[in-house]
Design a protein. Structure first.
Length: 95
């Protein structure tokens, strides 16, 4: 009887294990590599400032991609709420 997973690989339902998944690197080693490659999981503050500034200029629904990943509209709205100017900020800026 053939190996049961082989048929799945042949049909391409599952991809064969990648070389990276077969290595014995630890979590800190991966984190160091990601830092060296400048890959980050989260969107940085400077990126959010740029994104929200451009969205405020457009005033229309827009799909936003960061490093090839589409950011959900709910996440953009959450970030807008975090970055909005409060009444206190407006009063302090008028002085």
């Amino acid at each position: 009887m053939p190996w049961p997973g082989k048929a799945l690989y042949e049909r391409e339902w599952l991809s064969p294990p990648s070389r990276a998944s077969l290595t014995n690197e630890s979590k800190p080693q991966y984190e160091r590599s990601f830092k060296r490659w400048r890959i980050s999981k989260n969107v940085r503050k400077e990126e959010w400032d740029l994104i929200l500034g451009r969205l405020n200029e457009r005033n229309r629904p827009t799909n936003v991609k960061v490093r090839g990943v589409v950011i959900p509209q709910a996440r953009i709205e959450r970030q807008r709420l975090r970055k909005r100017e409060t009444t206190f900020d407006l009063c302090m800026s008028r002085r």
